[in-house]
Design a protein around this ligand. Structure first.
Ligand SMILES: [Zn+2]
Length: 86
């Protein structure tokens, strides 16, 4: 049944496995080249996992940006209020 070319194709994983790999992939924690390839292969074929990854990526970027931007700003406001009260 299987064709010659099938041997060279990346083994497909299911969505559950893909979701399990999502965070490790985003954090760059997948050292295994084959696992990484499998995940990327799944993303290329599965729209829902691809959107999920994009969404998580966007969320993470936003959280990181917000954490970077708002922490010093909050502190500044707090200090300003303290100074104003004197
Ligand atoms: Zn999927």
């Amino acid at each position: 049944m299987s064709k010659e070319t099938d041997k060279h194709e990346v083994e497909d994983i299911d969505c559950i496995e893909a979701v399990n790999l999502l965070y490790a992939y985003m954090d760059g924690e997948i050292d295994d080249k084959e696992t990484k390839a499998k995940y990327e292969h799944h993303l290329a074929h599965c729209r829902s996992c691809y959107s999920r990854m994009e969404l998580e990526k966007a969320l993470t970027d936003r959280i990181k940006a917000a954490a970077k931007a708002s922490a010093p700003e909050k502190l500044q406001n707090k200090l300003r209020k303290l100074i104003d009260n004197f």
